[in-house]
Design a protein around this ligand. Sequence first.
Ligand SMILES: *[C@@H]1O[C@H](CO)[C@@H](O)[C@H](O)[C@H]1NC(C)=O
Ligand SMILES: *[C@@H]1O[C@H](CO)[C@@H](O)[C@H](O)[C@H]1NC(C)=O
Ligand SMILES: *[C@@H]1O[C@H](CO)[C@@H](O)[C@H](O)[C@H]1NC(C)=O
Ligand SMILES: *[C@@H]1O[C@H](CO)[C@@H](O)[C@H](O)[C@H]1NC(C)=O
Ligand SMILES: *[C@@H]1O[C@H](CO)[C@@H](O)[C@H](O)[C@H]1NC(C)=O
Length: 425
Amino acid sequence: MGKLIPVALLLIAVLCSGIVCVSEKVSVLKTSSQQARAGSRTKNNLHRQLSLLKLSAANTDFALRLYRQIASQPSSTARNIFFSPLSISASLAMLSLGAKHDTRDQLLQVLGYYNMSRNDAAEVHSAFKYLLQEITSEKREPQLAMGSSLHIQQGLSLQKKFLEDAKQFYKAETVSADFRAADKAKKMINTYVKKQTRGKIQELIKSLNRNTVMILLNYVLFKGKWVKPFDPQDTYEDDFHVDNTTTVKVQMMKRKGRYSMNYDTGLASSVILIPYKGNASLVLILPDRGKLAGVEQNLTITNFQNLITSLRIGSVDLHLPKFSLKSSYQLKHLLMTMGIVDAFTNKANLSKITKSAPLQVSKVVHEAVLDVDEKGTEAAAVTGISLMPMSRPSQLKLNRPFLLLIAEHNTKSVLFAGRVMNPTV
Ligand SMILES: *[C@@H]1O[C@H](CO)[C@@H](O)[C@H](O)[C@H]1NC(C)=O
Ligand SMILES: *[C@@H]1O[C@H](CO)[C@@H](O)[C@H](O)[C@H]1NC(C)=O
Ligand SMILES: *[C@@H]1O[C@H](CO)[C@@H](O)[C@H](O)[C@H]1NC(C)=O
Ligand SMILES: *[C@@H]1O[C@H](CO)[C@@H](O)[C@H](O)[C@H]1NC(C)=O
Ligand SMILES: *[C@@H]1O[C@H](CO)[C@@H](O)[C@H](O)[C@H]1NC(C)=O
């Protein structure tokens, strides 16, 4: 067998809440003919919804497994975590379009799609197409741009079916590059990423192997605005207890209001859901002192679903630090630990991508950025009237390490997951 040519798989996620984002609400009026057509589509829709739910459940399970895997790395100890599980699932599912035999089966199995369809993964890809359409529709809020691109060595002949499927299901655009001129190619791709992420991710690739023939890139850009912004005038300096011996000063935002929340005795954590405009929310999980590691290891899909369904609306005096998260991961070894092995070795069979040379995946880089601040909308939009709740609100103060998830409710997807150990780094 010839020399294996590495394929780099890059995954990028960016999140910018609190950035002033322009968006127009578009209201769609259903005409009667649309309603009539809707009836005959009901059965198809049901089937599609069911596939979507199965896909989302698998993705959420993968998200939490990956979280636990990242959290258990020695290199993660005492550090902030932030990544987009949905972006990673989408990229790996797209890669599976080009894989055969064990290479493909391992991808589908680890992503949790094993049960979705016995014979082939067609259901997964169609459900993904629908999911991506649902969450990235332009009229939707929060605005979410998610895209894929294939950067391919000039002159390499690729399988037409792979290119068509990647485009059809994952809207991947194809860009040719000359990786032999590695520095130039690196610059081109970094510029591409910088543009797609509106400057949020400046230099995704630090070095590029001259043997690279293909880069599979995925990015997410999320623009969320709080339904109820925080008043910057209420923000004050406060202590955040990183651990027993370390305390840092943070800018603590404050807001009294009604939120979906709960204290989960099973997980020994307070939970609150802070809605973004539209169909997404920031879910914060604040473990009791000393319980963080236990909660992380117990955060299974069942516990997570219970936690979400048990939320009740109540009055709360919420104190949340301002923070920014920026994390970068080399995911190859993590994914191998989870069971995606062949794709990274010379056993890889990616012959549905190209037959002209044996490929293997050499790199999985993922970078994600999040800003949490008062606005979530233009500063001027802070309204002066705040209604006092009838009962005395309980206080929820996030002044010690907590977990966070950004959930999209319509498709029940986990867009982002992470933890804040220290808001000042
Ligand atoms: C998936 O399939 C395996 C083996 O066929 C089975 O044991 C498992 O219960 C199934 N899981 C779900 C969620 O259906
Ligand atoms: C939220 O999801 C629903 C259900 O699909 C959709 O009709 C609605 O337009 C979405 N809302 C926003 C603000 O995007
Ligand atoms: C932190 O303090 C708690 C209670 O005082 C104690 O149980 C725990 O062992 C301490 N942890 C560390 C890492 O010192
Ligand atoms: C995690 O689950 C185990 C077993 O159910 C339990 O003993 C432990 O207390 C849990 N930890 C937390 C922090 O919930
Ligand atoms: C992949 O599997 C096919 C058989 O389905 C085989 O013909 C081909 O040589 C394999 N390619 C590699 C790179 O192993």
